[in-house]
Design a protein around this ligand. Structure first.
Ligand SMILES: C[S@@+](CC[C@H](N)C(=O)[O-])C[C@H]1O[C@@H](n2cnc3c(N)ncnc32)[C@H](O)[C@@H]1O
Length: 273
C-alpha cells in the first residue's frame, strides 16, 4: 500500500475505520495508554506550544490530544473522507484547520509558523520521495526553535529479506503454496510484512533528507512493530541546526518496543480505565 494512489484507495475508499483508528491502539491497551505511556513521554518537552502541524491525522486519534497543547493547529491528509470526519469531530475546536492535500504538499501551511510537526502511524506507508518532499517543505514551515516528530518506515534497511519476498512473490501461486504461506514467510524471515511498510524508506535516508533540507535529525528510535525481530520503523526527531533543541544526534535500536507495548497494555488496566 505504498504509492499515493494505493494509500488514497485504502484509507479513503476501502478501510471502514471501525473505531476511528482506536482499533490500532488495542495492543497497547487503548489509545489513552498509547498516548500517555508511549507518545507523550517522547514529546512532552516540546509541548505546549503555539502552532502544531499534524501530517495524516486520519480520523483524529492523536489530534484529540494534540489540540489541547497549542493555540493553533493544522491537519493535512490525502483522504477527503478523513478530513471530513476530523472537521465534524473537532467542529467545536475553532483553533484547528484541516486540509486535504495531494499526499506531498504543505501549501496550506503558512511558512515559519509551526513549532511542532507530528505524524504517527501514517507515514510508515509513505515511500522515500514523499518523505523527502514533506521534509523540504517542513524546513520552511518550522519556527526557529521548531521540532519535528515523525514515525516512518525503516523496512528498506532489510534488503536481503525484501529480495527474498520479491522472489517468492514471482513464483507461481501453486508453487508458493507448497513452499510456505505468506504468513509463515513473514515468521520465517522474522520481518513484519503485513504492516504495509513503504519498502524504499530507511532511517538513514531520513537523516540524509533532513540534512539536505537544512534540518538536523537529533534522534532516531528504530523500533519493531507488532511482531518480528526486524526494526521496520523509525521514530525520528529533527530540529533546525543551532536551535535551542540542537544537540549531538542519538541513535537507539529499540528491540523492546513490542515487548514494551505489552507492559503498557498491562499498566493500562491500572491507570487508564
Ligand atoms: C493508518 S492511518 C493513521 C491515521 C492516524 N495517524 C492514526 O494513527 O490514527 C494512515 C493515514 O495516513 C494518511 N496518508 C497516507 N499517506 C499520506 C500522505 N502521503 N500524505 C497525507 N496523508 C497520508 C491516510 O489517508 C490515513 O489517514
Amino acid at each position: 500500500m505504498a504509492t499515493l494512489e494505493e494509500n488514497l484507495k485504502v484509507w479513503n475508499d476501502q478501510y471502514d475505520w471501525p473505531s476511528a483508528g482506536d482499533e490500532w491502539s488495542a495492543t497497547f491497551g487503548g489509545t489513552d495508554a498509547l498516548w500517555s505511556f508511549v507518545l507523550y513521554p517522547r514529546i512532552r518537552r516540546f509541548l505546549p506550544c503555539s502552532g502544531i502541524l499534524e501530517i495524516a491525522p486520519g480520523f483524529g486519534r492523536w489530534t484529540r490530544f494534540l489540540k489541547d497543547q497549542c493555540q493553533s493547529m493544522i491537519g493535512v491528509d490525502i483522504s477527503a473522507r478523513c478530513i471530513e470526519y476530523c472537521k465534524a469531530r473537532f467542529a467545536l475546536d475553532s483553533h484547528i484547520r484541516f486540509h486535504v492535500n495531494d499526499g506531498t504538499s504543505l501549501a496550506a501551511v503558512p511558512d515559519n509558523a509551526i513549532d511542532f510537526v507530528f505524524s504517527f502511524d501514517s507515514l510508515v506507508h509513505a515511500e522515500k520521495e514523499v518523505v523527502e518532499a514533506y521534509l523540504v517543505q517542513i524546513a520552511r514551515k518550522l519556527t526557529p526553535d521548531g521540532v519535528g516528530f515523525i514515525h516512518h518506515s525503516n523496512i528498506g534497511a532489510y534488503p536481503v529479506r525484501l529480495k527474498a519476498v520479491e522472489y517468492y512473490n514471482r513464483l507461481p501461486s501453486a508453487m508458493r503454496r507448497r513452499i510456505v504461506t505468506k504468513e509463515n514467510l513473514s515468521t520465517l524471515l522474522s520481518i513484519n510484512l503485513q504492516a504495509g511498510r513503504a519498502r524504499s524508506m530507511t532511517a538513514v535516508l531520513f537523516r540524509d533528507y533532513c540534512a539536505r533540507a537544512g534540518l538536523k535529525c537529533i534522534s532516531q528510535e528504530v523500533i519493531n512493530w507488532t511482531k518480528g525481530k526486524c526494526l521496520i520503523d523509525s521514530v525520528s526527531l529533527f530540529v533546525r541546526p543551532g536551535s535551542r533543541w540542537d544537540r549531538a544526534p542519538v541513535l537507539f535500536d529499540n528491540r523492546d518496543f513490542v515487548a514494551g507495548s505489552k507492559l503498557v497494555s498491562r499498566l493500562s488496566n491500572l491507570y487508564c480505565s
